[in-house]
Ligand binder design. Sequence first.
Ligand SMILES: *[C@@H]1O[C@H](CO)[C@@H](O)[C@H](O)[C@H]1NC(C)=O
Ligand SMILES: *[C@@H]1O[C@H](CO)[C@@H](O)[C@H](O)[C@H]1NC(C)=O
Ligand SMILES: *[C@@H]1O[C@H](CO)[C@@H](O)[C@H](O)[C@H]1NC(C)=O
Ligand SMILES: *[C@@H]1O[C@H](CO)[C@@H](O)[C@H](O)[C@H]1NC(C)=O
Ligand SMILES: *[C@@H]1O[C@H](CO)[C@@H](O)[C@H](O)[C@H]1NC(C)=O
Ligand SMILES: *[C@@H]1O[C@H](CO)[C@@H](O)[C@H](O)[C@H]1NC(C)=O
Ligand SMILES: *[C@@H]1O[C@H](CO)[C@@H](O)[C@H](O)[C@H]1NC(C)=O
Ligand SMILES: *[C@@H]1O[C@H](CO)[C@@H](O)[C@H](O)[C@H]1NC(C)=O
Ligand SMILES: *[C@@H]1O[C@H](CO)[C@@H](O)[C@H](O)[C@H]1NC(C)=O
Ligand SMILES: *[C@@H]1O[C@H](CO)[C@@H](O)[C@H](O)[C@H]1NC(C)=O
Ligand SMILES: *[C@@H]1O[C@H](CO)[C@@H](O)[C@H](O)[C@H]1NC(C)=O
Ligand SMILES: *[C@@H]1O[C@H](CO)[C@@H](O)[C@H](O)[C@H]1NC(C)=O
Length: 457
Amino acid sequence: MAIRYKLLEFDSRRKVVIAAAIISVSVIILIITCVLVFGEKKVTDSSSSNGGRGSDTNNTGSCEILSSTPNSPLLIYSGTTTLIYPVPASNTTTIPHNQTIDLSCPGNQVRIGQNQFGPLVTVTCKKGDLFIVGGTEVRFTNASCSRRVNPTVKQLFIQDIPENDTISDCYKIKDINVTIGSIGFTIDQNRSLSFIKICFNTDSRIALYSYYELTAAINYRAKNVSTASFRQDDIFYRMAVSNAQLYNNNQITTLNRILGLDATSDKYINNKTFISRGHLAAKSDFYYAMLQTASYRYINVAPQWSTLNGGNWNQIEIDVRNYASNNKTNLQTWTGTYGIASLPNVDNITENLYLYVVETDRRNSPCFPIPAIFWKLVYDPLSQKGIVLIGHNNPHVNVTEDSQKVCDIDVSGRVTWLNWDKNNIIKGYSYACSYNDNRFQTTVSYVPKIVVKGLLV
Ligand SMILES: *[C@@H]1O[C@H](CO)[C@@H](O)[C@H](O)[C@H]1NC(C)=O
Ligand SMILES: *[C@@H]1O[C@H](CO)[C@@H](O)[C@H](O)[C@H]1NC(C)=O
Ligand SMILES: *[C@@H]1O[C@H](CO)[C@@H](O)[C@H](O)[C@H]1NC(C)=O
Ligand SMILES: *[C@@H]1O[C@H](CO)[C@@H](O)[C@H](O)[C@H]1NC(C)=O
Ligand SMILES: *[C@@H]1O[C@H](CO)[C@@H](O)[C@H](O)[C@H]1NC(C)=O
Ligand SMILES: *[C@@H]1O[C@H](CO)[C@@H](O)[C@H](O)[C@H]1NC(C)=O
Ligand SMILES: *[C@@H]1O[C@H](CO)[C@@H](O)[C@H](O)[C@H]1NC(C)=O
Ligand SMILES: *[C@@H]1O[C@H](CO)[C@@H](O)[C@H](O)[C@H]1NC(C)=O
Ligand SMILES: *[C@@H]1O[C@H](CO)[C@@H](O)[C@H](O)[C@H]1NC(C)=O
Ligand SMILES: *[C@@H]1O[C@H](CO)[C@@H](O)[C@H](O)[C@H]1NC(C)=O
Ligand SMILES: *[C@@H]1O[C@H](CO)[C@@H](O)[C@H](O)[C@H]1NC(C)=O
Ligand SMILES: *[C@@H]1O[C@H](CO)[C@@H](O)[C@H](O)[C@H]1NC(C)=O
């Protein structure tokens, strides 16, 4: 959670200090009038996109860093694993004068101007965008990570997890074989930070949910971060076919075979409706470019129809970010999957849809189900209010019966901040549930246990 620093106010007026000293030696009276004018000096090119701004009128000013860029190092409170974010609803990260912070480029080098510092460097704020490192003044504007940084993806075991961490609920799930995956960064030999935690179904090979925190500063995130290619972490898979193949080449033939259609039939899978890699923790839900890029891991995606991905699910993500930003609230979010999508086969018999169907691999097949729904639990831990947003993951099947829903009551009429097209089947039929809804709790029984005292509306 971001610590909020009060923005220090800078006095832009020129300061005029008039000091008069009257010294008397015997009969000589000397009057010295001294006028000191501290002029303003521009410390940074204001056209630069990630620079600081500052003022030389005051030598004890705070440091101000403007927005994050695709190459910015991580800013971390010194000695901790807590990332520093801008003051909510502002593009400015303020560091008090004299405070030390860590700049981190995990697995790579922090570069400041001509100097390379290794993966971690501790700097002390002087003022504006000036910091001190090893007695030398450096400008934050010039700090960047020299090359692509390496995230750390690992399994978290029960002994690795504090009991008050809600991800520990994952290991309490009955009847499903699970493990917990973590996407994070190794800061130094004693410090690692984990920013996406995934409760992973080891039999079906897809996430039950991804947990992460959405900062109130999210709408000031690093922009223009290029998309990455998805990375497979083999400890979670162990199948003959790579994840990339399941999504790319195989999906048409696999799904058409399940449905008894010609291998090349475009009835369900075509250029408009196909199975995409649906991020659970979205790229744009992270402030730092490095975290955005690190979200491109297969453990953080699930098979999602392209039309939902670019339709209502995208709108839900935008609206949740706007909620956090407009309300200056850090939110906790769990984004998950449930059930298996189905379609009628050529004989009008309903078939469940999977991306991995290999008859000769009886141990693993079938797996990689296409989820029936995607759900997102959004929670404000301060007010203890929450809401569950549901996206139906099948553009070819209408939701016409109440029994197709995962909660008793659709509360979306009470939510004012959603701009979705909720009844649009192609964009993904969508609705909202109270976290405490009975049917929701018994259906998506593995949703983490939290205290929710009202609707986040
Ligand atoms: C400099 O700024 C700080 C914080 O705004 C303030 O406390 C201090 O009095 C100022 N010092 C001078 C010499 O103006
Ligand atoms: C930062 O915010 C200020 C005030 O809201 C605005 O004037 C400025 O253009 C913004 N700068 C950037 C780089 O977004
Ligand atoms: C900054 O830190 C130095 C050394 O720790 C100390 O001497 C100085 O008084 C501090 N200045 C302020 C304004 O806190
Ligand atoms: C550092 O950044 C400033 C602009 O803030 C620029 O004028 C200067 O050339 C940069 N120095 C180096 C060594 O890149
Ligand atoms: C869990 O407990 C530890 C120590 O008991 C505390 O420092 C930490 O903030 C707690 N974490 C959460 C998420 O409540
Ligand atoms: C969990 O794993 C065990 C051992 O691999 C297996 O026998 C069992 O069927 C699995 N349970 C489920 C629900 O798939
Ligand atoms: C890590 O912790 C050990 C033991 O406390 C300490 O000796 C070492 O200096 C620490 N390393 C770093 C990089 O902080
Ligand atoms: C984004 O990147 C492109 C090319 O890489 C560049 O032309 C454009 O100015 C950038 N936009 C911003 C807002 O930085
Ligand atoms: C669909 O995509 C395939 C391969 O990418 C292409 O050959 C085909 O022309 C496309 N069809 C349409 C209707 O755009
Ligand atoms: C929270 O944000 C939403 C828009 O995203 C807005 O409609 C609502 O009024 C905000 N609530 C408060 C209390 O600011
Ligand atoms: C297919 O089965 C459904 C019931 O599962 C039925 O409503 C529908 O009419 C059937 N369609 C055809 C073409 O037989
Ligand atoms: C869904 O139902 C509506 C109204 O009942 C109908 O107009 C539409 O064609 C249906 N869509 C699909 C994909 O079955």
